[in-house]
Design a protein around this ligand. Structure first.
Ligand SMILES: Nc1nc2c(ncn2[C@@H]2O[C@H](COP(=O)(O)OP(=O)(O)OP(=O)(O)O)[C@@H](O)[C@H]2O)c(=O)[nH]1
Ligand SMILES: [Mg+2]
Length: 493
């Protein structure tokens, strides 16, 4: 495959050449530009209304006080997706764009077209080959798109060059994911974490975006309105950078405070030796559904990417009465923006500190192995690489049995479930209970009947192998953690 022909611009040629591909994406309803240009159908209007609502909900995290910075509130409407495919199979390339489509739709936009180009590597100036930019512009004009979303993290100069030539807003995958997080963040902590990630992203792009500042920010900047305290000779970018740094410092302070609460809860749990199970995995794998199945947690389940940003922890018990906790966590995605991993580090610590990870994977996804390895990359990055892991192959009701069998072969420590139908859930629970850390100290004691409190604790946190009511008290043998074993020592036999 060569990339020699970079100079065509005509649609007709576009059809013929073999290094362009328009991706057939599932759920093509509304993707037809002809149809979209007409009166919107009732369905499309409802969709538009829903999206409008979603965007309003996201306003709270907009960075109003840094209004002059070139942070683009995405407000994506009608988008064209553009990818560069460097290695892997055609399927990989198409899966990647199909995922980008889901991400764009989650952010509230309508995807009109998806195209990718085979190249050795992205063009340093324009991401796609320079000659392809005109072809993209024609597609943009023909479809009436207002935004182009590129499937990668682009350099500021690449974004700027593309915008100059395409005459529409150009954003990258990272900005898209950040925007989804901003829309979904509910708790103060998730909002602060997301905002921090956005600011880090912005900060790296200040220079690049400064170049076409006046065009993008419009009259406001041109008129010199906005920031008051600009010092003599100071450039706007410096002012912006300083404001961003101040804001970042404040967010870091706030987050440290919030982390204290989280740490306090965790150390309480650790002091009591309560085992912790973390449910983690790719976004939309069914983590929240599984937590609900396993513990009746009532956590939000949505067919949307990154529905969960705030981890929920539920206390639950094993069949034999031992207490442990189970937490839902933020979903992962391929190339999860580094800024987000950093910002969500304290949330992700829950995964690293867990005694056991339930790694949920969607068995009905076209590339479950790709998802497993993307998630494991993040595990390694957050220091969770050594935590024991059970792979939960979910959505067996919708998955191809051959794929499920293949996954079971590849992942010996796995269970197959459907969080939707409940199939396999009991077996999964039994597996989890068997893998929970066992209390470390063996004991044998004769507990007087007035120590019902201690017996209660043993039921919750210990393992009882023998329990006999005698004339002198309860004869017990089993395993307990150090603290409990210490309390029992007085009654040892
Ligand atoms: N067919 C099928 N669908 C499922 C199953 N489990 C979950 N789903 C669906 O998958 C979608 C995502 O489920 P969630 O539980 O929200 O997934 P999640 O992993 O928590 O997703 P995020 O929080 O967005 O990362 C929802 O539409 C669920 O109804 C299953 O066993 N079978
Ligand atoms: Mg969830």
């Amino acid at each position: 495959m060569t990339n020699a022909r970079e100079d065509f611009t005509l649609d007709a040629e576009l059809e013929e050449t073999d290094d362009w591909d328009a991706v057939e994406l599932v759920d093509a309803g509304g993707d037809d530009p002809e149809e979209a240009a007409d009166e919107p159908t009732v369905g499309a209007m409802e969709l538009a209304e829903r999206h409008a609502l979603r965007r309003v909900a996201g306003l709270s995290t907009e960075l109003e006080d840094i209004s002059e910075v070139e942070y683009r509130q995405l407000r994506l409407e009608r988008v064209v997706l553009v990818g560069v495919w460097t290695d892997g199979s055609v399927e990989d390339a198409e899966n990647s764009l199909a995922e980008l489509k889901l991400l764009a739709e989650t952010a509230g936009s309508e995807v009109l077209e998806a195209i990718y180009q085979r190249r050795q590597s992205p063009d340093p100036a324009t991401y796609v080959g320079r000659g392809k930019v005109d072809a993209i512009r024609e597609i943009v004009q023909a479809t009436g798109a207002d935004t182009v979303v590129c499937d990668g993290e682009l350099a500021p100069s690449q974004l700027r060059n593309l915008e100059d030539r395409l005459k529409v807003k150009v954003v990258d995958r990272t900005a898209l994911i950040l925007d989804i997080f901003a829309q979904h963040a509910k708790s103060g902590e998730a909002q602060a974490q997301t905002e921090l990630a956005q600011l880090q992203y912005m900060k790296q792009r200040l220079r690049g975006w400064g170049g076409n500042l006046s065009r993008q920010a419009g009259g406001r900047v041109a008129a010199g309105a906005g920031i008051g305290g600009r010092g003599p000779g100071e450039t706007k970018i410096e002012t912006d950078r300083r404001r961003i740094n101040t804001k970042i410092a404040k967010l870091n302070r706030d987050l440290r405070e919030m982390k204290k609460t989280r740490d306090a809860k965790r150390s309480l749990r650790q002091a009591r030796h309560i085992p912790a199970v973390a449910i983690a995995g790719y976004t939309n794998a069914g983590k929240s559904s599984l937590l609900n199945r396993l513990t009746d947690a009532g956590v939000l389940v949505e067919d949307a990417l990154f529905a969960t940003l705030d981890p929920t922890t539920r206390r639950t018990t094993t069949a034999d009465g031992r207490v442990y906790t189970m937490s839902d966590t933020v979903g992962f995605v391929r190339h999860l923006p580094h800024q987000l991993v950093e910002a969500f580090r304290s949330t992700l610590e829950e995964v690293a500190d867990a005694d056991l990870i339930l790694h949920v994977v969607d068995g009905s996804h076209p590339d479950p192995e790709g998802q497993l390895s993307a998630v494991r990359e993040v595990f390694a990055e957050i220091g969770a690489g050594d935590v024991p892991e059970i792979v939960v192959i979910n959505k067996v009701d919708a998955a191809d049995p051959l794929v499920v069998a293949r996954l079971q072969r590849e992942e010996p420590h796995s269970v197959v479930v459907s969080a939707r139908t409940g199939a396999g859930v009991r077996e999964a629970l039994a597996y989890v209970e068997g893998e929970l850390p066992r209390p470390g100290v063996e004991f044998k004691a004769l507990l007087p009947y007035e120590r019902g409190d201690l017996l209660n604790k043993l039921h919750q946190h210990g393992e009882i192998d023998l329990l006999e009511h005698t004339a002198d008290g309860t004869l017990l043998a089993g395993r307990a953690n150090e603290d409990l074993a210490g309390e029992l020592a007085a009654y040892a036999v």
